[in-house]
Design a protein around this ligand. Sequence first.
Ligand code: PGA
Length: 249
Amino acid sequence: MPRKLAAGNWKMNGCSPDLTEARRLREACPDPSVGVLICPPATLLSRLSDLLQDSPIATGGQDCHANGNGAHTGDIAAGMLADAGAAFVILGHSERRTDHAESNDTVRAKAEAAIAARLTTIICVGETKAEREAGDTLKVIAAQLAGSLPDGVTAENTVIAYEPVWAIGTGLVPTIDEIDETHEFIRTHLDARFESDTGEEISLLYGGSVKGSNAAEIFAVEHVNGALVGGASLKCDDFLPIIRALEAS
Ligand code: PGA
């Protein structure tokens, strides 16, 4: 997996006609020099994976259950995502933490299941506006990292996404200094916890209102290795400039 990653999170958006956007991206970007990923809604995962087979664009799920199978109506096991062609899964997104009351323990259990199913996890952390205003950003992120990351983390099976909750879908973006401070803090935390070069090599994404117009300056931050992109990943014309900016960084 290339360390630089442009990851699209379609969230609860997309039906069959929207596969055209992925087809266009595949044609416009046949040979990216960075990792490119689309995480569609579960209903499109299998078809999108088929469509992108033999292309460098990977697919992923947006969540998984901690168990391998069983009586969990509406849930999807990590192995099922892999069976549908996924190579990645987003875990602990703030919308899951809020809408489904996911705790750090829940996220860690899911991450263990995903790693066992040979998926690369993208584990999300980030503070709310109130937490930032209270000066608690780094404390919150330290607790989320400590609680959400299993011990088996390696640079191959895990990516971390820093997504300030107040920047998601709002058009608001932290200052470059704030992104720099948080990413450096995350890198230091990972270095301290994991052996050898894991902390140094693990890919760190920024997420929250990333667009073609702000991507280059965000990617210039030292410990930013890519982006987790929501709204701007839905259309090829919006996602492509972000991929190009990452290639140029
Ligand atoms: P956004 O979402 O790019 O629409 O702000 C990012 C995310 O939630 O991953």
